[in-house]
Write a protein that binds this ligand. Sequence first.
Ligand code: AMP
Ligand code: ZN
Length: 110
Amino acid sequence: MEDCLFCKIAAGDIPSKKLYEDEQVVAFYDIAPQAKVHFLVIPKRHIPSAAALTEEDGALLGHVFAVIAKLAREQGLDNGYRVISNVGEDAGQTVKHLHFHVLGGEKLPV
Ligand code: AMP
Ligand code: ZN
């Protein structure tokens, strides 16, 4: 999608510190980390937020969470981590392309 920051990152048109990429998803470090480890996992396909997901996206979501689990292991997040997806204004969603924050590496505030 034109004018979407994360579509541009997925396409490689805007640089990012990528941890992982395959045909469906990209993972990269958050530019303003909120924890010792903070990366984002996004589908390459433009989906505005979790509110736009349908039953047909089940396989994609399963893949996203399998990638998250693999990357969390690789990043040494054995003691746990948090996965967050903000939806809309009240949640503070600033980038309107579905993304999953993965936070860890330290005790996170409750
Ligand atoms: P949200 O507020 O849930 O929409 O999250 C958007 C996240 O994207 C924020 O945590 C930002 O720090 C992060 N972000 C914005 N621009 C970039 C970028 N160019 N590279 C990596 N992360 C970014
Ligand atoms: Zn997009």
